[in-house]
Design a protein. Structure first.
Length: 370
């Protein structure tokens, strides 16, 4: 039994020894499938386009809210009671240019003015005898003045003085003082009636017939319904293409209607938040309303030798990637303006193959393939 165990162990050892020898022999004959050379580097694929320069229209986008060009606060210049004009003005009431909006009771001042005219008439009447004998050449014109004198109407200009002696004599009778006092009163009497300076509507009415008003009292606010103004921010780099008097076409999407406008002025102050300049545009037309939103554009001076490229192709502010002989290169351009997703640039002759497939992880000198 012991002998059989020893024989089994010896046979097992010989079998393992032969197997190890065979395994090593086969392993030595097997060739490796892994190349000893470094793996080839995969080139990135890119897309290119060409952007030949041309003369390009320069459209500057405009948008903003419309506001009335004229909003006026009406104030009383005299004291008295408001009387009925025959029209019941309320907020939103419309009126035409020249309509009587407010009327203040003026009978007391009218009577006082007539009394002043009567005094002037008497003063001139008293100097007529002296004029007839001392200044016969002046008598006829002063007589004609008296004949046409009407206390109910505004006094006419005094007769033209023919000599210094006549002037001194008339002045010594206090004629000039009375005349100009009357003219002042006549101008003051105009303040009792307030007329509409334009076609418009009432934004507010603060006083009604029967109310007692005083100088400076607020009667209401009116708005011109024909002339409006739109304020639009414009990029500071576009300001050089604008000038006063340029025509603007504005559009209302709500009304589906176009309105004609004109650049009236540009602000001298820069908005620090947006780095833009407010541009003021006069616009008029039926259908406009205060607060309406309009948008449109201004055709500025045409841009010569300009290429329009997608703005996301720009790197380092003013450079783009180009493809040349399988290698990427950075090409500098001059940016004239940026309008939304487009950049207007100079510096391309149209032969450059500009990378358009994205700039992520690209670098100058990188080898790529189309």
């Amino acid at each position: 039994m012991k002998r059989q165990t020893i024989i089994s162990l010896v046979v097992t050892f010989l079998i393992l020894l032969i197997g190890a020898f065979v395994f090593r022999s086969l392993k030595a004959k097997k060739e490796s499938t892994v190349s000893k050379n470094p793996p080839p580097k995969e080139l990135r694929k890119v897309e290119v386009s060409q952007f030949p320069p041309s003369k390009t229209d320069n459209r500057i986008e405009i948008d903003g809210r419309v506001s009335a060009y004229e909003k006026i606060n009406l104030s009383a210049e005299v004291q008295g009671k408001l009387i009925d004009t025959g029209k019941k003005h309320r907020q939103g009431s419309s009126f035409a240019k020249g309509d009587l909006l407010f009327k203040v009771e003026s009978k007391d001042d009218e009577y006082a003015l007539k009394a002043q005219r009567s005094l002037l008439f008497n003063a001139i009447t008293q100097i007529m005898p002296d004029l007839k004998f001392d200044y016969p050449d002046a008598f006829d014109k002063w007589k004609q003045y008296l004949d046409a004198f009407d206390i109910e109407r505004n006094v006419r200009a005094l007769p033209e003085i023919g000599s210094d002696k006549e002037k001194y004599y008339v002045g010594g009778k206090n004629i000039y003082n009375q005349y100009y006092s009357i003219k002042s009163a006549e101008e003051r009497l105009k303040n009792y009636n307030i007329y509409a300076p334009f076609n418009g509507v009432f934004l507010s009415v603060n006083s009604y017939p029967g109310s007692l008003v005083s100088p400076g009292g607020n009667l209401g606010q009116i708005m011109n319904t024909y002339n409006y103004e739109l304020i639009s921010p414009v990029a500071i780099e576009d300001l050089k293409y604008l000038k006063t008097g340029q025509k603007v076409t504005l559009h209302s999407e709500e009304l589906n209607k176009d309105f004609a406008g004109t650049v009236s002025r540009t602000s001298k102050q820069l908005d620090p938040a947006t780095q833009s300049i407010p541009v003021y545009i006069n616009v008029s037309g039926s259908g406009l309303r205060d607060g309406m939103y309009l948008k449109g554009g201004i055709l500025g001076a045409a841009l010569d030798n300009v290429s329009i490229i997608p703005v996301d192709l720009l790197v380092n502010t003013n450079q783009i990637f180009t493809y040349q002989d399988s290698v990427l290169q950075l090409h500098s351009v001059s940016i004239l303006k940026i309008d939304g997703d487009s950049a207007y640039v100079q510096g391309l002759d149209g032969t450059e193959q500009v990378i358009t497939s994205g700039n992520n992880n690209l670098f100058s000198g990188q080898k790529v393939k189309l």
